[in-house]
Every structure is written in structure tokens, then in C-alpha cells.
Design a protein. Structure first.
Length: 120
């Protein structure tokens, strides 16, 4: 087992964890410490148990809000997947395509005549 040293609210702790989980434990301790420091800045000193309880509750509140946002986003994604927005692409009728091709050919012929007159 690995041991991780960290501090929360000016108090040092050491916890054991599974090999490879050190980074996760340090990240979690860092989040708890950040909440504890906010509390200490606002209130000054307080008993360790109360500090840890308040910091944990603040993190739980933030986690709850994030879970609500995630659930809302997942519902919206499911709705969009079930009813994808409709995109209409205009389709040119074959007669229009033929008419445009004929106009292009005539324009090219006129351009060629104009070039021939300028060259001659």
C-alpha cells in the first residue's frame, strides 16, 4: 500500500491507499483543503471535526449541483438524439439543371466568339 501526505486547513494527514491511487487521493484532499481554507478565511479557527464537516458539506453541495446539470444535459442530449433537427436541402429539378448547363454552354460560345473577334 502507498501512503499519501497532505494537509487540510493547516492540519497534516497521512492516509494509505492502493498503489496507483495516490494522485486521486491528493486531488480529493486538495479539493477538501480548498473548501476548508475558504471556511477558515471567513470564520477563523474552528474545531477540526466541524471544519471537515462543513468543507465536506460544501463539496457535497457543489457535487449535487453538478449532478443536476449533468442530468439535465443528458436529458437534452437524449431529446436531440430522439428528434434530430431536420435540415432540408433543396433539390434542383432535372429540367433546371439542363437549362443551366445549356446557358453555360451558350455563355462559353459567346465568350469564344468575343475572343476570336478581338484576336482577329
Amino acid at each position: 500500500m502507498a501512503e499519501v501526505d497532505f494537509s487540510i486547513g493547516h492540519k497534516s494527514y497521512t492516509l494509505s491507499c492502493q498503489e496507483g491511487e495516490e494522485r486521486l487521493l491528493k486531488r480529493a484532499a486538495s479539493l477538501l483543503d480548498a473548501e476548508a481554507r475558504v471556511i477558515l478565511e471567513q470564520t477563523g479557527r474552528m474545531p477540526e471535526q466541524r471544519l471537515l464537516l462543513l468543507a465536506g458539506l460544501m463539496l457535497a453541495d457543489r457535487t449535487s449541483a453538478l449532478e443536476d446539470r449533468l442530468a439535465s444535459t443528458e436529458r437534452e442530449l437524449a431529446r436531440v438524439k430522439a428528434n434530430p433537427p431536420r435540415v432540408e436541402v433543396p433539390v434542383l429539378p432535372p429540367t433546371l439543371s439542363e437549362a443551366l448547363a445549356e446557358l453555360a454552354a451558350r455563355a462559353e460560345a459567346l465568350a469564344q466568339k468575343a475572343e476570336d473577334k478581338l484576336a482577329g
